[in-house]
Each structure stands twice: as structure tokens, then as C-alpha cells.
Design a binder for this molecule. Structure first.
Ligand code: GLC
Length: 605
């Protein structure tokens, strides 16, 4: 494929181009640029008539047959509508954004990488840059131009359902990955990259009890020390968009926080790109939608992400301006930022999506891309226990493969994969390989028995048992001792209040079927190698005790062969814990005694 073809404009050229566009735009066109509609409720005609600045696909929101060609066709139609010049309309190409947080995992046949917690275990920022490059190219193959990644959360409480989207609880590690990920995704901000998005500003990983969208009850010094460094790194890497966090900081919603959004991010830190709200995050800051729009736009939100009813938000924005509740200067600043990002990224000069260099590229989901995902999966594995020289396995051994995740690529991928809350089975993740399929491919004497009942010490030398958490995303992955949040959070704060995953970090309580399989095999005298698929460290002392070997595999993605590459000794373990592994339930501020410290990881040597 080709190198970047568009010249890089100077800062002065960018501002001059923005001035020209802004000077030509009518108020209705400016307000439209500040609205991001969701695919399912936004048509090309909407984009043309209301000048919408962007469209997104929420996780699982896919066009047609969900092939790259369907995505390119959709974005062609939206792009043509947005650049229409009829009736004196100002042509401003729209941006199309997705959550390609571990690969372009919405799209059938995409390469799916380990979630960020697993990449944190590799401690290799160069690998993360290579992955980001591949993800950008798979996004470009579908004609899109904006990735809502990387998540820069420094997750401080493993009860949080988004822990797996965090690289680590170590700010310096997250900052290093942030810089490399942004460089990888954006490239030179020409044809060869897509826009990155530093999210969620700020303190999403700091909430009380790890409650998703909850209240980050931390001092400003703690915010600066722990949660700011990744953003400084992303800004250094020239990140062009920042997404506001749902959480609050000491009782005030980030979406309505002028100090955080304008005084700090745009003023003190000099961020000159655009600030986008989260999914209807604006709605949560006040009882009435109009009042909420006024609060959040005046606080510094430049683009409003609308889950469904973008028209209500556009009308609310218009009423706010007509009433003088949002100054025109704020509208011009927001639109200037949006236009600046579109000019800087070359979007205003790019051909229609289908005519761009990487459109429908054959590299989408290619063997070369999958090889990197396989390498990342392999290097993310952390060996927590190894007794009796059980590993490495031999290809000639009679291996019984068990556990509910043994033959399930969806469970290897977790949330934000084909669907927001993830899926089940192998069909939804086209082109992937389950751990069972990878073992069967190299060990002809292996057999699959998900519940372990077919295991027979006379017929089997060793067992591989794949256990862990079922897929989840955001608040539905929270561990909440008190169950669903019934009383509102401090200060009456609202959250999405989703049904949490459970009330304990204890795997044997949440999924007793896992320990049952391990124990039954152990009772038959068959040595057990346990592979844990999870979005976070869990309390697994009983599963550990019953296993000869125990591997933390996180959410390794579509390439199950990455696991067998290490289990069969073709490569040694090299992953180390990106978070401390707790020995007991953490306190409300996330502190727990460690079973294994951050940085722990055994090897064969
Ligand atoms: C979600 C997430 C955010 C994501 C957005 C769009 O609620 O908080 O990370 O980018 O919506 O899908």
C-alpha cells in the first residue's frame, strides 16, 4: 500500500483554512458540526440537511452484512452528503468513529488483540505501537477515520468493570503505552492513520469502590500524580481528541466541569483539539436536557455524542444559543476546534472513503496481522504457579481439554467484541482460533471434554482447564458488594446504574463450575494446567491450590494459538502482572494485600 500522500499543513495554514471555513458557515451549520449521531439513527440525508459533524457506531452497531465493503459504502454515502455544496452549503467532511479498543472488533473477520490489561502484562510499548498501526489500517480498510482509543484509565480498584481497558494501575506504565498507542494510531495524521481519542478525562479509574461512572473521591494532588500523566503523554504524542468521563470528581460530573475541561485541559495544558462527550454523558449533568446542554457546552464540551435522539440535542443547542445561554464565542471556539482537527488530519482534503489508499485493503484480518495478535497474546500470559514440571506440554501427550472457555473465541475476546457486552461461542468472531482448536491442531491425541467428565487417568496424561469470567463491558462488569446501586451516589449523582456482574471477586463463588472441573480432574489423579480468562485479577486461591500450573491469560483476543505457543514450550513465558494480584477483597479505595505483586511472573527457566 502507499505512503502518506497528503502534505502536512503548517499551523498557520491550518488556522487560515479553519478561518475560511468558519467565516463561511451559517449558525445552523456550526451547531450541526457539534453533534455526533449514532449510526442506527442517522442517515446521509440527516447529515446533509443538518450538517452533522460526526457519526459513531456504538459497539455492535453495524451496517449491512458487517463486511468492510458495507462500512465503506455507508461512509461513502455519509461523506458525500457532508460535502454537498448545493444551496450554498459549506462542505465539511464528517468523521466516523468506532471503539476499536483491541482491534476493529465490531467488524466480521477483524483481527482481535488482547485487551489493554494483557498488553500491560507485555510491558512492551513498541509492541503496542505495532498493534495500534495495524488497528489503524483495519479501520482505514473500512473507510472510517476516528478511533475512541486509547483508554488511559489508571484503574485503582479491580471491582471496576472496565479494569481490562486499563494497561495498569501504574501511571508511568500507562503513560508510556499512551504515547506509543497514539503515535501508532495517528501515524503522521495523513492517509496512513486515524484520529486517536484519549479517554476518559479524567479519573475514570479512581471511583469509590470502583463503581463505573461513580465518584472519584481524590485530592487534586492525587489526580495530578496518578491520573494525569497518561494524558500528558498523549498530548505530547499530538492526540487530537479527548473524551470526557462519565465519572464525577468529588461530587461534580466531569461533563459539567469547567475547571477540568477548559481551565486545565484546554488552558493550562494547551490542548487545541476537540473534546467530545461520552454516550449521552451530557444528559446526566442536570434534570432537563436543555439545561444539561448549556452546562456541558459552557464547561468545554465541543461535540455532543448522541446515543439515539441527536435531533433533540441539536434543537436544545439551538434554543440555548437563541436564549443567549451559550455565548456565540463558545460555539465558534467549539466549531474551530472541530474544524482544526478535520484540517490537521487532512480529512478536508481526503478523497471519499472508497477512494482512499487503504480502503478495502486485503490486509484486513490478514495472516500477517493475526501473527502480531498471536505474538501479543503469547507475550501477555503470566505464569503464576508451576509445580511438578507439568509444563511445557508435549505434542504427543494425551491431553484432555476442559472448562467452559476451552472452545470459545468470544470468551477469549470479552467485551467490545462483535457486541458491546461481548458474545458466546466461535461463530461471532470470524477467523479466530479457540484454545481447544489451537491444541487440537498440534496435539493429535488431545480430546475436548468441557465439563471434564470424559477425563480418564488411564487415557489422559494431563489436563488443560480454561476457566474464568464471562464477557462484560463497563458497569455490567462491576463487582458491587452492595449489588445494584439503589441509593444514589453522593450528591445525588446519576450513573447508568447497570446490573453489575456480581458481588464478589471470589471466582469459586461466582463460577463454582470452574473449581468443580479442576477438582474432579485432580481427584482422578490427572495433573491440571489451569488457564484463567478474566478482565482483572480475581480471588482464586482454591483454583490455584488445585492446579499444578496456573496461567493468567487476561482477555487474549482471537488468536488462541498464542496460548499454545507457550504451553507447548515454543516460547517461554515473559508476561508480568500489570496489577497486584489480591489475596483478599479490596477496601473501598481499592487497597488489598497482594497474593502476587505487580511485576510478578514465573518462567520455564
Ligand atoms: C461508552 C464508553 C466509551 C465509548 C462510547 C462510544 O459508553 O464509555 O468508552 O467510546 O460509549 O461507544
Amino acid at each position: 500500500m502507499s505512503a502518506p500522500t497528503l502534505p502536512q499543513p503548517s499551523a498557520a495554514q491550518v488556522e487560515a483554512r479553519v478561518d475560511t471555513l468558519l467565516g463561511r458557515m451559517r449558525l445552523a451549520e456550526k451547531l450541526g458540526q457539534m453533534i455526533m449521531g449514532e449510526r442506527a439513527s442517522t442517515t446521509p440525508e440527516d447529515v446533509r440537511a443538518y450538517h452533522l459533524g460526526a457519526v459513531l457506531s456504538g459497539s455492535g452497531s453495524v451496517p449491512g452484512e458487517n463486511r468492510p465493503a458495507d462500512w465503506v459504502a455507508l461512509n461513502d454515502a455519509l461523506w458525500v452528503a457532508s460535502t454537498d455544496e448545493a444551496d450554498g452549503r459549506t462542505p465539511v467532511p464528517l468523521m466516523y468513529a468506532v471503539d476499536a479498543v483491541h482491534g476493529h472488533a465490531n467488524v466480521r473477520g477483524a483481527t482481535i488483540f488482547p485487551h489493554q490489561i494483557g498488553l500491560g502484562a507485555t510491558r512492551d510499548p513498541q509492541l503496542v505501537a505495532r498493534i495500534a498501526r495495524i488497528v489503524a489500517r483495519e479501520i482505514l480498510a473500512t473507510g472510517l477515520d476516528w478511533n475512541f482509543a486509547p483508554t488511559l484509565a489508571v484503574a485503582r480498584h479491580v471491582y471496576w468493570g472496565r479494569t481490562y481497558e486499563s494497561f495498569s494501575d501504574d501511571p508511568s506504565l500507562v503513560a508510556t503505552f499512551a504515547e506509543h498507542f497514539v503515535h501508532g494510531i495517528q501515524g503522521t495524521l495523513r492517509d496512513d492513520g486515524v484520529l486517536a481519542c484519549a479517554k476518559h478525562w479524567i479519573g475514570d479509574g479512581a471511583t469509590f469502590q470502583g463503581i463505573d461512572q461513580g465518584d472519584a473521591q481524590v485530592t487534586e494532588a492525587e489526580l495530578q500524580r496518578t491520573h494525569l500523566p497518561p494524558y500528558l503523554a498523549a498530548l505530547r504524542a499530538n492526540v487530537q481528541t479527548v473524551m470526557v468521563s462519565f465519572n464525577s470528581w468529588n461530587g461534580t460530573k466531569c461533563h459539567a466541569h469547567p475547571y477540568l475541561l477548559t481551565e486545565v485541559l484546554k488552558g493550562r495544558l494547551g490542548f487545541s483539539g476537540l473534546v467530545v462527550s461520552d454516550w449521552d454523558g451530557v444528559d446526566q449533568v442536570a434534570e432537563g436536557l436543555d439545561a444539561a446542554i448549556v452546562l456541558s457546552v459552557n464547561a468545554g464540551v465541543d461535540m455532543i455524542m448522541c446515543a439515539a435522539d441527536w435531533r433533540r440535542r441539536l434543537d436544545g443547542l439551538q434554543r440555548a444559543v437563541e436564549r443567549g445561554e451559550i455565548p456565540l464565542a463558545r460555539i465558534d471556539d467549539a466549531v474551530r476546534r472541530i474544524l482544526r482537527v478535520k484540517v490537521r488530519s487532512g480529512l478536508v482534503d481526503r478523497a471519499r472513503p472508497s477512494a482512499r489508499p487503504w480502503a478495502l485493503s486485503e490486509t484486513f484480518g490478514s495472516a500477517a496481522h493475526r501473527a502480531v495478535a498471536r505474538e501479543a497474546a503469547r507475550r501477555s500470559l503470566v505464569l503464576l504457579k508451576h509445580e511438578g514440571a507439568t509444563l511445557p506440554l508435549q505434542r504427543t501427550q494425551r491431553i484432555v481439554v476442559a472448562g467452559k472457555h476451552a472452545d470459545d473465541v468470544s470468551h477469549q475476546c470479552g467485551g467490545f467484541s462483535a457486541a458491546w457486552q461481548g458474545t458466546h461461542g466461535n461463530e461471532a468472531i470470524e477467523g479466530g482460533t479457540s484454545i481447544w482448536q489451537a491444541i487440537r491442531a498440534i496435539a493429535p491425541a488431545a480430546t475436548l471434554s468441557v465439563d471434564g467428565s470424559a477425563a480418564d487417568p488411564a487415557a489422559h496424561d494431563v489436563a488443560v482447564v480454561v476457566i474464568g469470567e464471562l464477557p462484560y463491558a463497563e458497569g455490567m462488569g462491576d463487582i458491587r458488594p452492595g449489588g445494584r446501586i439503589t441509593p444514589p451516589l453522593p450528591g445525588g449523582l446519576r450513573t447508568a446504574n447497570l446490573e453489575p456482574y456480581g458481588s464478589t471477586l471470589e471466582l469459586a463463588t461466582r463460577h463454582p463450575e470452574d473449581l468443580a472441573v479442576i477438582s474432579a480432574l485432580r481427584a482422578k489423579g490427572i495433573p491440571v494446567v489451569t488457564v484463567l480468562l478474566s478482565g482483572r485479577p480475581l480471588l482464586v486461591d482454591r483454583e490455584l491450590a488445585a492446579s499444578q500450573a496456573f496461567v493468567a491469560a487476561w482477555l487474549p483476543g482471537s488468536e488462541g494459538a498464542g496460548i499454545t505457543d507457550v504451553l507447548f514450550g515454543d516460547h517461554d513465558f515473559e508476561g508480568t502482572l500489570p496489577f497486584p494480584w489480591p489475596a483478599a477483597a479490596p477496601s473501598p479505595d481499592g487497597v488489598a494485600p497482594a497474593r502476587f505483586p505487580r511485576g510478578f511472573g514465573r518462567t520455564y527457566r
